[in-house]
Each structure stands twice: as C-alpha cells, then as structure tokens.
Ligand binder design. Structure first.
Ligand code: GDP
Ligand code: MG
Length: 163
C-alpha cells in the first residue's frame, strides 16, 4: 500500500507551488490514474528515501472562492478517500478565512494524519501573524514558504514519520 499525500486548501494559498517543489526532481505524472478527473494532478516524490505520491487538488483554482465553494465538498471528499495523509494549506497573507474553517471541519472528521501548513511565511516577520491559526483549535502547525522551500524539510520529516 503506497503512501498518498493530498494537498488541500483554498485557491491561491500555494498548493501548486508546493506540489511542483516536491516534484522538482521527479517527472510529474498527470492524470495517470484511471477514472480520475482532470482537476487533480498526481506526482511521485520521496523524502529521505521514502517514496510517496502527491496529489495537488487544485485544478479548480481558476476561479474565486465562490467557485471553490461549489467544489469544496467534492474535492475534500476525494482527498480524504484517496489520501493516506492530508496537508491542509492556508496562507498567512490572507489569515484565517471562513472557507478555511469550513474545509478544516470537513478534514478533521477523517481519521487520517492531518497537517496544518501555514504558507507564505517567507521570513520571521510572518511567524507572529501565523499564530492566528491556533484559533482552529489545533496543537501544532507548520510554517512554510513554498516559494523558497523554507520549512519543507520539517514538514516532510513529520509526514514521512507518520506513514
Ligand atoms: P494554489 O492556487 O493554491 O495552487 O496556489 P499557487 O501555487 O498557484 O500560488 C498562488 C500564488 O501565491 C502564486 O502567485 C505564487 O507565486 C504565490 N505563492 C505560493 N507560495 C508562496 C510563498 O511561499 N510565498 C509567497 N510570498 N508567495 C507564494
Ligand atoms: Mg493550484
């Protein structure tokens, strides 16, 4: 049974940037899984010699949050069904939004390992505003800059450890 990590979150939080970063040494496998809709991208990655599949759930990102609302349950359900681990990405630039809370409520019902990742923490200046996400009631979150790659190692160390 292979390990499958889904990246879930609102449009523009940085899901595809992280996805592409995780795949930078690998060839992306796009829509290779039979019966899977085109709005999901799959790729192979590894961390410290542990192989896993990554799903970028963001094909719906072309629209606004309103468009996303229509897709949200479907995408979240697919992620929960397919994934063995879930990265829930939010953005420190936007802060905690109603849509974030809605997604989080859906995700926390699964029994799969769930990682809250606060993206766009490009420097230590953003560490303090990131604490806003404790309002979700979680004990721990990871801060990340998908743009620079900072924080990726700590996140993946934990994700791979929980496989
Ligand atoms: P997605 O819609 O969630 O897949 O988000 P994208 O990966 O397409 O990124 C949305 C925008 O945020 C793009 O303009 C990215 O360059 C930018 N972005 C992604 N990650 C970061 C980050 O860590 N820091 C900053 N400052 N911008 C980022
Ligand atoms: Mg995207």
């Amino acid at each position: 049974m292979s390990n499958i990590v889904a990246i879930v979150g609102r449009p523009n939080v940085g899901k595809s940037t992280l996805f592409n970063r995780l795949l930078e040494r690998r060839e992306a496998i796009v829509d290779s899984t039979a019966g899977v809709t085109r709005d999901r991208h799959y790729g192979k990655s590894d961390w410290n010699g542990v192989d896993f599949t990554v799903i970028d759930t963001g094909g719906y990102d072309v629209g606004t949050d309103d468009v996303f609302e229509v897709e949200i349950r479907k995408q979240v359900q697919l992620a929960v069904d397919e994934a063995t681990s879930i990265i829930f990405m939010v953005s420190v630039d936007d802060g905690l939004t109603d849509t974030d809370q809605e997604i989080f409520e859906l995700l926390r019902k699964s029994n799969k390992p769930l990682y809250l990742v606060v993206n766009k923490v490009d420097s230590s200046k953003e560490e303090l505003p990131a604490t806003e996400f404790y309002q979700l009631g979680i004990e721990k979150y990871f801060t990340l800059s998908s743009a620079t790659g900072s924080g990726t190692g700590e996140l993946l160390d934990q994700v791979v450890k929980d496989f």
